[in-house]
Design a protein around this ligand. Structure first.
Ligand code: CAA
Length: 263
């Protein structure tokens, strides 16, 4: 059972096909220390290896923060270009590991999602914010730029103009403004509950198709429209060769619910 693994800074809970990864440093508003990063990476590996898990939800413990960024007390000891670059690359790796998972990943943004916290949410597929959540990229106020993928993923998600405004002003926005700009997909009083509903709606569907949609979008964003359409056709071909496609079509034609096996 996944929830039997013991970590210091994260916790895994499993509810049927849903795994919930909670960052558990509420006293530091769940800030991403090096240890936390390393535990997130280990936990994500365990989750993805578990065949029973169909979707992952990432959230923060306590009622105040999702993640308030990189751990600033650790940033304080960074010294020089090399140190900074290494930290950025290490953080980017973990975000990439999350964004390239073959299962849907939903961020339940239950409070502050700032800097590295917003970058973590951006590495997820879909974002649900609580009504009181605050989102922002405050790095410039520390003399930094976002370093865990934020300059790239934020601009790809909401457009360069909105991303530049958020990063250059360092302003915090409320959930409704984040929703209006497409930075989050849903706003709800209880972000975790809503994230569960969203993830449940996803895990009903064919797992291979879910993972190939993610792959098509991710790879397509890095290429031309023509290149992206080729990727789509290749991956579409792969879905047609699955047992789940046969099952889905048969279920539709016989007016019954499909039972997908991930094959
Ligand atoms: N790192 C380390 N500790 C943090 C932290 C962080 N990012 N954010 C909050 N904390 C700690 C505070 O130091 C405080 O600890 P103590 O109780 O021991 O003093 C505790 O969490 C509670 O925080 P506050 O007292 O500050 O709570 P508040 O309600 O007054 O303010 C806040 C909340 C606006 C989120 C404020 O904590 C804040 O501005 N945090 C920092 C946000 C930030 O700048 N994040 C970006 C980091 S840079 C980054 O992420 C780099 C990157 O992309 C690579």
């Amino acid at each position: 059972q996944l929830d039997e693994f013991e970590f210091n800074n994260v916790q895994i809970d499993q509810h049927g096909p849903l795994a919930v990864l909670t960052i558990t440093r509420p006293k530091a508003l769940n800030a991403l220390s090096a240890d936390t990063f390393s535990e997130i990476a280990q936990a994500v590996n365990l989750i993805v290896e578990d065949a029973e898990v169909g979707a992952l939800i990432i959230t923060g413990s306590g009622d105040k923060a999702f993640v308030a960024g990189a751990d600033i007390s650790e940033l304080a000891s960074l010294d020089g270009v090399y140190d900074g670059r290494e930290l950025s690359l290490a953080g980017q790796d973990v975000m990439h590991q999350i964004s390239s998972l073959p299962i849907p990943v939903v961020a339940a943004i239950n409070g502050f999602a700032l800097g590295g916290g917003l970058e973590l949410a951006l590495a997820c597929d879909v974002r649900v914010a609580s009504t009181g959540a605050r989102l922002g990229m405050p790095e410039v106020s520390l003399g930094l730029i976002p370093g865990f993928g934020g300059t790239q993923r934020l601009a790809r998600l909401v457009g360069a103009g909105r991303a530049l405004d958020l990063m250059l002003t360092a302003r915090q926005i409320k959930a409704d403004e984040a929703l209006a700009m497409g930075l989050v997909n849903y706003v709800a009083d209880d972000a975790l509950q809503k994230a569960r509903e969203v993830a449940e709606a996803m895990v009903k569907h064919a797992p291979i198709a879910l993972s190939l949609i993610k792959e098509a979008v991710r790879r397509g964003l890095d290429t031309t429209l023509e290149g992206g359409l080729e990727i789509e056709a290749d991956l579409f071909g792969m879905t047609v060769a699955t047992k789940d496609f046969r099952e889905g079509v048969d279920a539709f034609l016989n007016k019954r619910r499909a039972e997908f096996q991930g094959e």
